[in-house]
Design a protein around this ligand. Sequence first.
Ligand SMILES: *[C@@H]1O[C@H](CO)[C@@H](O)[C@H](O)[C@H]1NC(C)=O
Ligand SMILES: *[C@@H]1O[C@H](CO)[C@@H](O)[C@H](O)[C@H]1NC(C)=O
Ligand SMILES: *[C@@H]1O[C@H](CO)[C@@H](O)[C@H](O)[C@H]1NC(C)=O
Ligand SMILES: *[C@@H]1O[C@H](CO)[C@@H](O)[C@H](O)[C@H]1NC(C)=O
Ligand SMILES: *[C@@H]1O[C@H](CO)[C@@H](O)[C@H](O)[C@H]1NC(C)=O
Ligand SMILES: *[C@@H]1O[C@H](CO)[C@@H](O)[C@H](O)[C@H]1NC(C)=O
Ligand SMILES: *[C@@H]1O[C@H](CO)[C@@H](O)[C@H](O)[C@H]1NC(C)=O
Ligand SMILES: *[C@@H]1O[C@H](CO)[C@@H](O)[C@H](O)[C@H]1NC(C)=O
Ligand SMILES: *[C@@H]1O[C@H](CO)[C@@H](O)[C@H](O)[C@H]1NC(C)=O
Length: 723
Amino acid sequence: MALMFLFNAIGLIIFITRTQFISSSSPFSSPPYELKLGSSLSVEKRGDFLISPNGIFTAGFYNVGENAYCFSVWLTKPMSDGSRTIVWMANRDLPVNGKSSKLSLLKTGNLVLRDAYQRLPIWTTTTRDSTQTAVLKMNNSGNLFLQNKDGEIIWQSFDSPSDTLLPNQPLTKFATLVSSRSQTNYSSGFYKLFFDNDNVLRLVYSDSKLIGIYWPNPELRAWENCRSTYGSRRIATLDSSGHFTSTDNLFFNTSDAGDQPLRRLTMDYDGNVRVYSLDESRRIWKVTWLAISETCKIHGSCGENSMCLNDPSYGRKCSCLPNHKRINYTDWSYGCEPEFKPSLCGNGEDHYLHLAHSDFWGYDFVYMPNTTLSACKQECSNRCTCKGFQFKYDWTKGFSICYPKFQLVNGYGSSNFNGSMYLKVPKNIPLSSNNNKAINDFSLNCSNKPTIQLDRPYDLKRPQESIKFLMLIAKNQGEAELQAEISTLGTLNHMNLIEMWGYCAESKHRFLVYEYMVNGSLAQNLHCSELDWDKRYDIALGTAKGLAYLHEECLEWILHCDIKPQNILLDCDYKPKVADFGLSRLFNRDETRNLEFTKARGTRGYMAPEWLFVNIPITSKVDVFSYGVVMLEMITGRSPTGANQNEGLEVISLHSWVAEKILAAGGTNDWVQEVLYLKVDGNYNMSRMVTLIKVALRCCEEDKDARPTMKQVVDMLLHVEDA
Ligand SMILES: *[C@@H]1O[C@H](CO)[C@@H](O)[C@H](O)[C@H]1NC(C)=O
Ligand SMILES: *[C@@H]1O[C@H](CO)[C@@H](O)[C@H](O)[C@H]1NC(C)=O
Ligand SMILES: *[C@@H]1O[C@H](CO)[C@@H](O)[C@H](O)[C@H]1NC(C)=O
Ligand SMILES: *[C@@H]1O[C@H](CO)[C@@H](O)[C@H](O)[C@H]1NC(C)=O
Ligand SMILES: *[C@@H]1O[C@H](CO)[C@@H](O)[C@H](O)[C@H]1NC(C)=O
Ligand SMILES: *[C@@H]1O[C@H](CO)[C@@H](O)[C@H](O)[C@H]1NC(C)=O
Ligand SMILES: *[C@@H]1O[C@H](CO)[C@@H](O)[C@H](O)[C@H]1NC(C)=O
Ligand SMILES: *[C@@H]1O[C@H](CO)[C@@H](O)[C@H](O)[C@H]1NC(C)=O
Ligand SMILES: *[C@@H]1O[C@H](CO)[C@@H](O)[C@H](O)[C@H]1NC(C)=O
């Protein structure tokens, strides 16, 4: 089904090459704002560009590989990492040579791109201008166009987008956004955004072997996805204020809608569609909308015979099915292949490897409702080319459903998915658990091990995608002990501690389910100028409150032991929440507190000195030390593990560096400006800043008894006296 309407819908750029070719070698004579009839842009000449009147966009030959150039439009100014943002390409799949290649506007009004050694053009607009007055120009929106003296637009790049739409550039029924092959290879990739035959804007994956629609949710009908099939005009546009409208009733506003930064909507090489806004001062793109938040729902990403796992730090992770190996070690889209020889058909020499919590989408021979596991196995065994089957119990229908599959693609592992996959393997492959190694990495068997439901009302209104998994591997700890610890952690309840919703444990793996924090961690935001001084102060105070609660206020006594910017998460208002009690230990208040620790814990740069000395007890002051270091990092923007040098160019710790600045200022407050992070501008309250830095320095004292408690830190930060 998908196949049929797809091919009708995709409007490909067709290169028509029958045009009469007139050689033209008139020298480039006009300023680089327009290309006149009979002239050319040459790949070799450095200055052969067209520039938009506002200077933002440049059109010219872009180097895409060794001696390979594509005629492109890009943002004139590079990004902060030096990269260029390409917004359009004429010949992305047929780059031209770096010598003698030319883009020429012929006297007939046809625009032609010729490769040095090829008689026929690589690309042409197939246009004709009877007035013989056409010029090629680019306007301030990044549209490259041919216009004649009557003002008539003969051709424009906005009509044939590559992978990007600029604001006010409509996506029409005649165009398709096609992703790049990879981040560095601009040739056509496998993902497309287009208007389907039923007028709905969709995302499809298609390579030589697979094809499948994955957005909007292919299991639902258009109206169930809130899309209309009546908009036969088929136009979608993002305006310059960040409002997106489409004739199929898809409307959205970017998260910064109303502002007017430069935006782009891109069909990214990873299969997601994102809207980006340019942060002009930092020269970076910020994502302000995306089509798919669970990236494993994007089809084709891991190739055949593999599984995808949503991973909080990497976005997604692929792994081969058990007894399969990767086909191409640099490119996951090739997928995996079996390491075994499939047994001869019909000899009954197969059995089935069970993969819990796994979903595979599409490619079913049949759909068998209200069936049994053994009937499903029989069905797959009867079919020679059946690779395995999906089996799941449908709670709404009250029976099990079987989907025998001829291809294993779009595999997706998620512990909140109830169905199972049964992989057909020859009898000589044992079904033992170590065969399940690859899959075990992310599908946990929680059926027989207790899953602790935390004693907290579970709010069903929370969207599923806001659940985040963190994995904790507990090594010298028994199950009972861990469960006691988990249930204690589950009773913690403080606005500055991340809320844990549940956990699941099997053998040495534990999943902790936490609430999801929109703005990521302090580490991700540390260098962000949006975190102004007031917000930074609030983060200092909130973090201190969370830790004070951990240390003192709750019934049991808990150390965090790994305070660092990565473990301080920020919500949408940048309120901090301390996360990851992965290394935390519970103590009885009366217990001797140092016995449990035989090895240093924590992260280099943030660890208190007493971790290194066996005879000094470990107390809550280790967290106080780490807190002090994090605060100094947040204020100075300097890494505690980087090299901080004093006047004598010795490498010293971050807290010594700050302390020396204070000492050198001789009692004045001149040092404040010297240590503050330059990237953060705007006003700050001098008394609060002096207090915060001095408190942070006290937290970093070598002698643990000289450090304040977290409760004292909170008090000091709350009661700043105006100097
Ligand atoms: C880009 O990818 C295409 C398709 O895989 C390949 O043919 C081409 O050689 C690649 N180009 C570069 C510059 O790597
Ligand atoms: C550039 O051209 C496009 C397409 O004709 C048009 O929509 C847009 O308004 C133009 N931009 C400017 C700044 O004139
Ligand atoms: C987008 O914002 C406009 C006003 O700026 C509002 O009228 C519209 O309802 C918003 N659309 C969506 C989908 O939120
Ligand atoms: C693996 O994929 C890369 C990128 O697509 C390609 O350049 C390379 O030739 C492939 N290697 C093999 C062995 O197929
Ligand atoms: C979980 O493990 C138990 C035995 O350890 C096994 O009986 C059960 O079938 C497994 N369940 C899943 C869903 O893998
Ligand atoms: C499922 O199959 C059983 C046995 O064939 C039958 O009794 C039952 O009514 C079926 N259930 C549904 C919902 O069709
Ligand atoms: C998964 O199965 C459990 C019972 O084992 C059921 O309560 C729960 O609703 C199911 N979840 C989903 C998402 O179907
Ligand atoms: C943090 O959240 C705010 C509000 O939702 C948003 O404007 C901002 O861009 C977010 N910052 C990051 C780094 O995600
Ligand atoms: C600085 O902050 C302190 C405490 O929060 C407050 O009392 C004082 O008024 C502030 N000073 C200025 C100049 O805003």
